[in-house]
Ligand binder design. Structure first.
Ligand SMILES: *[C@@H]1O[C@H](CO)[C@@H](O)[C@H](O)[C@H]1NC(C)=O
Ligand SMILES: *[C@@H]1O[C@H](CO)[C@@H](O)[C@H](O)[C@H]1NC(C)=O
Length: 733
């Protein structure tokens, strides 16, 4: 399939479970000795490796035993600080080289390749009044004063990541780097079945209801062939090809290429050959504009929070990470998408993912409930810092990402994000990429997926990490609001607030909390003027159920309220001050924190009012005015050992903080199939046809390299595609 090799999909639940083998090993003394020797050897080799690879770059931890999250106190969120040098978008002009059309652009200069470290507000939330948001968060009801502040349907952009693996320049660049790194990719997973064309045609039909959408197609890019000819030894056949391509470049490009250091670098972005890109950048009422961006344009250096990065840092970094043929690396830069070009609500797709039915925007995003994550609660990912899991697929990055979340938010297993169209919040992805800055910067050190296997420098899984970051920041906001802002760590008050009696040591609720949250979704959305995600006829429209919303707090089960609560008083008594208690409940004893949240959820039938501090009387001197006296948007990105300054208006701060991380765990009829052969392809496509409620469909090319099989499968696919989506896109040639 033409999607990057990286979208290899492991069958769910196929992870080996090493537990019992360990137990077996631990029972025999001789094995014990062997294990000890292995442990000592591997520890010393890790130590050696770490020593050897100790660079002084800011995005590289320099200590032998890396402290994942420093608890220094000099980390503040830059407020009003200047952003990095701007990188204006390239005009979308097409350029013909031989038979092929490319999109020429200029790569960012190092000074432009530094991430903007300013945490961003969520614009749609800024438009809501304090009074409305307070009512909404505290009661979970979209009623007066909210009815008047109607929100609109979320503006959602689609973001596709695509490469044409058959492109001759791309193949040449890939081959060169593979030889240089002496690395082998598992398989030529760059096959093209023309999926992008039909995935976009499907999207046009499926997103008719979405207002003001733009489609962004992020494609690979290649060096200008003139530069390629000069800078490396190509084999004869390649030289011929490159020369003939170079010949077709116009005069002025020739002159540019003769300069010793072409700076800034001119590159060519890959273009879907069936698309007139100069036409497609303009949308009309039938179809959103299609904007091309390219991998090399996205890379922005991040460091650990508080680090000041220079153009020299980013220049060294770019030197090591480009070109990139690793989709994890490309995805790690999605948080860096230009917020001037891309909406704050996005749905990310690969070209092998298809929206089969029209779906309302609320199936993906609403201002009330936030982005809709589709997780698989049956497939839990545990933290793993060893890097032993398969690096060619997703599992090494998943284990590493969960490990990072564990260090920051407390240890637990977290559900896998389904491999299909994914709702993401750009400002929150950006915040996550800043919070885990050094790890995002290390991800593209693997220029091919899994190729850089150095401890602490594994790839992050951006979808998993940023999605769960939002869930955890919401939990953090609830605990901070209740422990620090409402009670300032006053144990007696907290105990009574939870329903505890004097002399008792445990609070117990034998049943799940009685909440109306799920039943309220539809009415709330209708009151706000938003089309609900649950549909009348699930053959006409794709149906979505909100299985969990953050309006019910936090659930370690991810899809239901806890069936009971048992909260010992000792959970609250271990710490002397409110910030330490907050840290304790957040990170050190997350089970206690979960019990506290669940107990508070029992206090109301809907809303999160139990977590909020009392409203302060509004002061008349304007101190309370968010314009003149802004509180930060968020809590610090790292968990500091000392508390941040208290907000000027605790309740307003808490309400906005909690709403910032609002999210939904949702479920839609989804089909994921692997295509192994022609008959298999036929059967799987028929399955999609005979389950007419299927809203989201992903087909994964698992076929061998047999030419006859591929031809046959291609024909079947083409027939199916054309049958389903016969109508050309605007600007499709
Ligand atoms: C959305 O599009 C409509 C026309 O289709 C236009 O009137 C409106 O200004 C646009 N809104 C935004 C936020 O771009
Ligand atoms: C992919 O590249 C090949 C070789 O240049 C070309 O023939 C084909 O049309 C390209 N496919 C798309 C969708 O651009």
């Amino acid at each position: 399939m033409s999607s990057r090799e990286a979208y290899l999909y492991e069958p769910l639940g196929s992870q080996p479970r090493p537990k019992s083998r360990w137990r077996e090993l631990m029972c025999s003394p001789t094995r014990w000795t062997a294990v000890l020797i292995i442990v000592v050897l591997s520890l010393s080799s890790i130590a050696l490796l770490t020593l050897q690879t100790t660079w002084q770059w800011p995005w590289k931890s320099s200590s032998v035993v890396p402290k994942i999250f420093p608890t220094t106190d000099d980390i503040s969120i830059p407020h009003g600080a200047e952003g990095p040098a701007p990188y204006p978008p390239a005009p979308q002009d097409a350029k013909q080289l031989g038979q092929t059309v490319y999109h020429p652009f200029v790569a960012p200069l190092p000074a432009q390749a530094i991430a903007d470290t300013r945490v961003r507000p969520i614009r749609a939330q800024l438009e809501l009044s304090d009074a409305c948001l307070d009512r909404w968060v505290s009661s979970g009801q979209w009623t007066d004063p909210c009815t008047r502040a109607m929100v609109s349907e979320a503006k959602i952009d689609l973001v596709y990541v695509w490469v044409n693996g058959s492109d001759i320049l791309h193949q040449a660049a890939r081959k060169t780097l593979l030889a240089e790194l002496k690395y082998r990719t598992k398989d030529a997973r760059f096959r093209e079945h023309d999926e992008l064309r039909y995935s976009l045609r499907a999207a046009r039909a499926a997103t008719k209801m979405w207002p003001n959408s733009t489609w962004h197609v992020i494609t690979a890019d290649v060096p200008n062939p003139h530069v390629a000819l000069e800078s490396r030894e190509a084999d004869e056949e390649e030289v011929d090809i490159l020369e003939s391509l170079a010949d077709s470049i116009s005069e002025d490009d020739d002159q540019e290429a003769e300069e010793p250091e072409p700076e800034p670098e001119n590159r060519l972005g890959l273009v879907p050959q069936w698309l007139d890109i100069e036409c497609a950048i303009h949308g009309d009422e039938t179809q959103p504009p299609i904007r091309l961006q390219h991998d090399t344009q996205l890379f922005r250096l991040t460091g650990s929070p508080g680090t000041k990065l220079t153009a020299k840092d980013s220049s060294e970094w770019l030197e090591r990470i480009l070109p990139s043929f690793n989709s994890h690396a490309i995805e790690s830069q999605l948080p860096q998408l230009d917020p001037e070009l891309v909406s704050e609500n996005i749905v990310a797709l690969n070209d092998d993912q298809f929206m089969l039915l029209p779906m309302p925007p609320a199936a993906f995003h609403t201002t009330l409930y936030g982005p809709v994550l589709r997780t698989d609660p049956g497939l839990l990912v545990g933290g793993d810092a060893t890097g032993k899991a398969d690096g060619g697929g997703e599992w090494r990055s998943l284990g590493w990402s969960d490990h990072l979340l564990n260090q920051r938010f407390g240890s637990r297993k977290r559900p896998y994000m389904q491999h299909n169209a994914r709702s993401l919040s750009l400002p929150l992805m950006h915040e996550a990429a800043l919070a885990f800055g050094e790890y995002f910067a290390r991800t593209p050190l693997s220029q091919f997926r899994g190729s850089h296997k150095v401890p602490e420098e594994f790839e992050v899984n951006t979808i998993f990490l940023t999605g769960h970051f939002m869930v955890e920041r919401h939990r953090e906001a609830l605990l901070y609001s209740w422990v620090v802002l409402k009670w300032d760590g006053y144990v007696e008050g907290m105990w009574r607030d939870l329903g505890g009696k004097d002399g008792e040591t445990t609070i117990k609720f034998d049943d799940a909390a009685e909440r109306t949250t799920r039943d309220d979704v539809e009415l709330n959305l209708l009151m706000a003027g938003v089309v609900p995600p649950k549909v009348e006829d699930d053959h006409e429209q794709g149906d979505t159920t909100y299985t969990w919303t953050s309006m019910d707090g936090y659930s370690p089960r991810f899809n239901s309220l806890l069936p009971s609560v048992s909260l010992p008083r000792s959970c609250l008594e271990r710490q002397s001050d409110s910030w330490s208690l907050f840290r304790h409940l957040l990170l050190e004893d997350p089970a206690c924190g979960d019990q506290v949240i669940s107990a508070l959820i029992h206090k109301q039938r809907s809303g999160l009012g139990a977590f909020l501090p009392a409203a302060t009387a509004s002061s008349s001197d304007g101190d309370d005015d968010p314009e003149t006296n802004p509180d930060p948007l968020t809590l610090p990105l790292v968990l500091t050992s000392n508390p941040p300054a208290l907000p000027s208006n605790p309740r307003r701060f808490a309400v906005r903080l909690i709403q910032r991380y609002a999210h939904v765990l949702g479920d839609s009829p989804t089909l994921f199939v692997g295509l192994h052969s022609a008959t298999d392809t036929q059967r799987n496509l028929r399955m999609a046809d005979t389950t007419p409620a299927t809203a989201l469909f992903c087909m994964n090319d698992d076929m061998s390299n047999n030419a006859a099989t591929l031809r046959a499968a291609d024909k079947i696919l083409k027939t199916w595609f054309e049958g389903r989506w016969p109508e050309k896109l605007r600007c499709e040639v």
